[in-house]
Ligand binder design. Sequence first.
Ligand code: RB5
Length: 148
Amino acid sequence: MDKLRIAIGGDHAGYFLKERIKKILLDLGHEIKDFGPFSEESVDYPDYAHPIAIAIQNKEFNYGILICGTANGVNIVANKHKGVRSALCWQEKIAELARSHNDANIIALPARFIDFSEAENTVLTFISTPFEGGRHANRVNKINEYCK
Ligand code: RB5
């Protein structure tokens, strides 16, 4: 598989899962930029999710990975950014469909509701599944039509 540039970050609730996912991706040879946080100390997820979403919007990375407790906070923040399609994924099949149907460019993981091996498989499926295009391309194009 081609080496990817991946941005990762979230909040304190996602810290341990972030560290583990980061190690797996680095071991596979991908280039990772960790936007933090760098400990379990309580932080505000928008401070981490906005910079990653902006970097994805600017096409600085192939994919983003956002991790907080439920994944809702980071996912809501990321989807405020035009061109960002962040998908809350808690199992492999959802990650596969988020890529093949929605062309998602960020995966949002709920650290408090997913075990490590499911999270690992979910991320690996996400980054290795291509967008199907075709009828899904029409739908994805319409997402931005209504954005300012
Ligand atoms: C932090 O306690 C928690 O609120 C956060 O990780 C996330 O679940 C928010 O959506």
